[in-house]
Design a protein around this ligand. Structure first.
Ligand code: GTP
Ligand code: MG
Length: 193
């Protein structure tokens, strides 16, 4: 994919404010601090187009980034904050689940996981939920630059087995490793009817 035009489009705080029109969407989801914004910024070659590290505990937005005036990258609020009050968590849940469940424009969810972490229940629950709802998703293991080869292979196998999937995509925002493979998956889902 040749990225010629990238613009921050809008932040959405409620489902009724989602963009109208047919532009397909690729959503990015993952725990806080996993490297979500860094992945988006690397894919579109822009530092800081995806907002970085907003304060946990505040109501968070779904952020739309217009790419090539052809599709949106959608930066979903991070989940798995231990510190936020239940009421805030619930607000996100309504927003994120509503979006994922109902959005016809949504072509693919990229589930981002820190490659150094051992498999934990959160990601399995989320991936099972996506399977249940029939939402296509791909798993990206970020910060792969921090792992040596043997540990990488162990991480791939562990996550594949744990999530019951055939493929995980290694990625590094530090050196760009894996970028073209992530784009390939995105292209594939944008072009699928
Ligand atoms: P929130 O929006 O706060 O949930 O975080 P995020 O998931 O958007 O993560 P962000 O991209 O802000 O990155 C978090 C931290 O991890 C930053 O300090 C990044 O520099 C670092 N980071 C992100 N990706 C990589 C990577 O591939 N390799 C390395 N070494 N560091 C990374
Ligand atoms: Mg971020």
């Amino acid at each position: 994919m040749k990225v010629s035009d990238v613009q921050f489009f809008k932040s959405v705080y409620k489902l009724s404010a989602l963009p109208k029109g047919p532009q397909p969407e690729i959503a990015f989801s993952g725990r806080s601090n996993v490297g979500k914004s860094s992945l988006i910024n690397t894919l579109v070659n822009r530092r800081g187009i995806a907002k970085t590290s907003s304060t946990p505990g505040r109501t968070q937005s779904i952020n739309f980034i217009d790419v090539n005036r052809a599709f949106y990258f959608v930066d979903l609020p991070g989940y798995g904050y231990a510190r936020v009050p239940d009421a805030v968590k619930q607000e996100w849940q309504v927003l994120i689940e509503g979006y994922l469940e109902q959005r016809e424009n949504l072509k693919l969810v990229i589930l981002i996981i820190d490659s150094r972490r051992h498999p934990m229940e959160d990601e399995r629950l989320f991936s099972e939920w996506l399977k249940l709802k029939g939402v296509p998703f791909a798993v990206v293991l970020t910060k792969i630059d921090k792992l040596k080869q043997a540990k990488r292979n162990r991480a791939y196998r562990a996550w594949q087995k744990f999530l019951g999937i055939d493929q995980v995509l290694p990625f590094s925002a530090l050196n760009g490793e894996g970028k073209s493979n992530v784009w390939r998956i995105i292209d594939h889902h944008l072009n699928a009817t």
